[in-house]
Design a protein around this ligand. Structure first.
Ligand code: T3D
Length: 258
C-alpha cells in the first residue's frame, strides 16, 4: 500500500502522508516515497504548487517509533537523518514552487519539522503541534532547529523544545508558527484553493520571492538590496511582467503564464 498518495488538480499536487493507524508516522517507506514524489513534482511542468497533508486524524507523529529506536544498536541516528530526512527537508525548502502544509491533526517530532519546512502552514482548529523530541530524550531534528527559531524566536523555541508540551492550533498561530487556523472541514479545500491561486500567479516572480525570503535571513542589508535588484531584473524580463502591467493599464485581470 502506498504511504504517500498523490493527486494533481489545477496545477496543485497534493501529497497525503498515508499511515493513518500510526498517525502517519514517518516510516522508511514513507520517507522514500515522499522524496520520489517531491523529485517528480520538481520536474513536472504541470505542477505549479504543492500541498502536504495527512490521512485520517493526524498530520504526522514523527519518526515511526515501531521501526527505529534505541534497541536498534546498529543504527547511527545521525546517519538515519542524513539518509532519510535531510534529503526531504532540503527538497521541500529548495523547491522552486510554493509548498503549503494542511495540518489536519496532530503534528509531532519530525512530522512537525516537515510542516515547518513548508512555505505556508494552515491548520485545522482541532490540530495540535508537539515538538515532542525531549519526551524520548532526543533533540529536535529534521530542520526544526533552523525553522522554529526563525518563526517564533529562540526563547519560545527553547520553551517548547525543553518541555515538549503540546500547543493547540490557535496557540501555535498566535506565536507565528502557523499562518492560519481553519474549521476542520474547510482546511484542505481552503489550502488547495490558495495553492491553486499561487499556481495561476506569475511563476517566475513567485519562485524568486521564495528563494529571496530564504536567502535574506542570512544577509546584511546591502546584500539584500543587491539581491532584490538582481531578482527584479530576472522577474522583469519574464513575460508575466509585461502582461501584469498591460492588464493594469487596460483595467482587466492579468492572464499570467500564457
Ligand atoms: O530514529 C530516528 O529516525 C530518529 C529521528 C527522530 C525524529 C522524531 O520524529 S523523534 C519524535 C518521534 N515522535 C514522537 O515521539 C511522538 C510519539 N507520539 C505521541 O507522542 C502521540 O502519539 C501523539 C502526541 C503524537 C498523539 O497522541 P494521541 O493520544 O492523539 O494518539 P496515540 O493514541 O498516542 O497514537 C495513536 C496510534 O498511533 C497509537 O497506536 P495504537 O495504540 O492505536 O495501535 C500509537 O502507538 C501510534 N503512534 C503514535 N505516534 C507514533 C505511533 N506509532 C509509531 N510511531 C510514532 N511516532
Amino acid at each position: 500500500m502506498p504511504q504517500v498518495l498523490t493527486h494533481l488538480a489545477e496545477g496543485v499536487q497534493t501529497l497525503t502522508l498515508n499511515q493513518p493507524d500510526k498517525l502517519n508516522a514517518l516510516s522508511d517507506q514513507m520517507m522514500s516515497e515522499l522524496l520520489q514524489a517531491l523529485r517528480a513534482a520538481e520536474r513536472d511542468d504541470a505542477v505549479h504548487a504543492l500541498v502536504l497533508t495527512g490521512a485520517g486524524r493526524g498530520f504526522s507523529a514523527g519518526a515511526d517509533l515501531t521501526q527505529s529506536g534505541p534497541d536498534d544498536a546498529m543504527t547511527d541516528v545521525g546517519d538515519a537523518l542524513r539518509s532519510r530526512y535531510i534529503p526531504v527537508v532540503t527538497r521541500l525548502h529548495a523547491l522552486d514552487k510554493p509548498v503549503l502544509a494542511a495540518i489536519n491533526g496532530v503534528a509531532a517530532g519530525a512530522g512537525l519539522s516537515l510542516a515547518l519546512a513548508c512555505d505556508l502552514r494552515f491548520a485545522a482548529e482541532s490540530a495540535r503541534v508537539v515538538v515532542a523530541f525531549v519526551r524520548i530524550g532526543l533533540v529536535p531534528d529534521a530542520g526544526m532547529l533552523y525553522f522554529l527559531p526563525r518563526l517564533i524566536g529562540p526563547g519560545k523555541t527553547l520553551e517548547l523544545a525543553w518541555t515538549g508540551d503540546p500547543l493547540s492550533a490557535a496557540e501555535a498561530c498566535d506565536i507565528g508558527m502557523l499562518n492560519r487556523v481553519l474549521p476542520d472541514e474547510q482546511l484542505l479545500g481552503e489550502t488547495q484553493a490558495l495553492a491553486a491561486r499561487l499556481a495561476r500567479g506569475p511563476r517566475k516572480a513567485i519562485a524568486l520571492m521564495k528563494r529571496a525570503v530564504s536567502q535574506t535571513h542570512e544577509l546584511p542589508l546591502e546584500r539584500v538590496l543587491e539581491l532584490e535588484a538582481q531578482y527584479q531584473t530576472i522577474a522583469a524580463r519574464d513575460a508575466n511582467f509585461a502582461e501584469g502591467v498591460a492588464a493594469f493599464r487596460e483595467k482587466r485581470a492579468p492572464r499570467f503564464n500564457a
